[in-house]
Every structure is written in C-alpha cells, then in structure tokens.
Design a protein around this ligand. Structure first.
Ligand code: ZN
Length: 308
C-alpha cells in the first residue's frame, strides 16, 4: 500500500548502511532530516540536488533524528555544500561537540563518520515548522538514548528514525552495558502506540502504513529481549558485523578473528558475555550471519548476501 504523504515530503529510501533522507520542502527554507553514512555522501548529495530533491534550490537546515554514523555521516558534506546549519537532538549535542566516538558508536563499533559542528539543538516537546507542516519533537530513547522522533498530527505522519521500523528497530544495548536502554525502548514503544499515526517514515526501509502490526512486532521483539539478555548480545554483534560488511563490501575470513579482537565493542561484549577465543567468536558470527541470510562465504571472503 502506497503511503499517503503530502507532496512537500520527499523520502529518499536508502539502505542499511545509510539511513533514509527526508526532505521537507517549503518556501520558508527546505529542511533535510538525516544524511546517511559518510561513504555514501556523494550519492546522498546527488539525490538531494536532483529534480525530486532541491532541484536547484538551496538547503536551509539539516536535522538529525539521532547521531549514529548511518544518520549523521553526511552532515559535514551537506553543510559544506550548502553552508547551512545543523541541528541535533539536545541529548546528542554534547556527544557531538566533544566527538565522543565511544558513545556515538563510531570507532568503538568499527565505523567512521566525518566530524561536524552543532549549530542548534532539537528540544523534545518543542514544535518545529518544516515543509509548511508542524512537527512535534518527541524524546524516543532506547536504541539511542538521545534520539527523537517527529510527529505531524495533521497528516498523522511519524518520522521514527531507528525507534520503529516496519520490522523491528535499531539494536539496543544489553542490560549490563546500559540498564536504562531496554526499559526506555519499551516506554518509547508505549508512547508511540498512543499516537494516532497513519504513516511511518522509518530511518531504514520504505514508509509504511500498517503501524499496528509494526508495533506488535516491536513489542514482541522487546519481550524476547527482556526474557533473554544473551539474545540482545548476539543480535547486537550480528547487526554491527553486518553493518561493517556493508561498509567494506568484503572482509577476508581469516582477518575476522583480529577484527573481533580489535574493535572495542566486539572485544568488550566478548569479554563480558561470551568469553570465546577470537577465532571461535568470528566463526560463530559468520555462521549466524549466513543462517540469517545476511552474508555468505565466497573464496575466503565474507560478503553481503545479494538482494539484501
Ligand atoms: Zn541508529
């Protein structure tokens, strides 16, 4: 079912390495929400400048739902191209200002991003007018404790970032790492379930209208995580390795043990939860990625499964 969006709302659906880019157009100044991963910045700039995008106009502002590398990686490139200010959620601003690469899951998770300056903050509870539409910023902690979503009551549109996808949501830190993360995830879903939403524009994947079904899947994933913390650990490492694989396109299988030993989040999770030899952890993750249909082995390499 095609999502009913007003014409000034333009969604560039991207992939799992780059978040969707949402352009809100108006004569008062066009606003871009989320800029994708740094490696895809040239493609994002081309989409943004296209006829479906700015079509010769300039950009007034960049806004982020949250500050993970796949959402803010193109911020610096956009600010350079258009000389526009960047606004991030209030809770993320200190992390960006001090470029906290651990809290932002950048080098801590084996990812990269280009540093940028914060010009403005998005305050949860405040209403912003972008694309001639009113957007209420709502705190949506869980996957990212400083994340916000944007809700337009008139057209019942929710820009959800990684707080709600059609099938799930962004990875959540296990209890021992961040005791607040999973309870916040459930509270955010409860909050979203109370909104009257006709269409969700998620951070990844096509806009969707069966919001009740998406919430049901998200709640049942949350219940499974609540019942089994190790499931969260395995899920997080699987998601992070898949992300790195999409970034690098291929990883030599015999270098994976060194990868899981050197990238801090893999090393920390392994030490805390799994206590496996690096070779065994690498082997287990490759098996899980293959079973999940996310990757396959090819001539000594791990490569993303086609069609993902
Ligand atoms: Zn995220």
């Amino acid at each position: 079912m095609t999502a009913p969006l007003p014409p000034q709302v333009r969604v560039f659906v991207r992939d799992w390495l780059s978040s969707n880019n949402i352009l809100l157009k108006s004569a008062a100044g066009h606003v871009l929400i989320d800029t994708g991963y740094v490696r895809h910045a040239p493609l994002m700039l081309a989409l943004l400048a296209s006829r479906q995008g700015l079509d010769g106009d300039t950009l007034a502002r960049v806004v982020n739902t949250h500050c993970h590398s796949d959402h803010m990686g193109g911020n610096a490139a956009v600010a350079r191209a258009y000389g526009c200010p960047i606004a991030v959620p209030e809770g993320e601003a200190p992390l960006i200002r001090r470029w906290d690469t651990k809290a932002l899951w950048i080098d801590y998770a084996g990812q990269t991003a280009e540093r940028f300056d914060v010009d403005d903050v998005i305050v949860p509870g405040a209403t912003y007018v972008w694309g001639n539409l009113q957007w209420r910023a709502l705190a949506a902690p869980g996957h990212d404790m400083g994340a916000v979503v944007f809700y337009n009551p008139e057209h019942r549109i929710l820009i959800s970032g990684d707080a709600l996808w059609e099938n799930g949501y962004g990875l959540v830190m296990p209890r021992e790492v961040d005791p607040a993360a999973l309870p916040a995830t459930r509270a955010t879903l409860d909050m979203l379930a109370k909104l009257d939403v006709a269409v969700v524009i998620p951070g990844h994947g096509e806009p969707f209208t069966d919001v009740a079904a998406a919430l049901e899947r998200a709640f049942s994933r949350t219940a499974a995580f609540e019942a089994d913390e190790m499931r969260m650990v395995r899920h997080a490492l699987k998601v992070l390795l898949t992300f790195t694989l999409l970034d690098r396109q291929r990883m030599p299988l015999d270098e994976l043990p060194a990868f899981v030993e050197q990238v801090p989040i893999f090393r920390d999770f392994n030490a805390r939860y799994l206590q496996l030899a690096p070779v065994a952890l690498a082997q287990r993750l490759v098996d899980e990625l293959e079973r999940a249909g996310a990757a396959r082995r090819d001539a000594g390499m791990l490569v993303p499964a086609s069609g993902r």
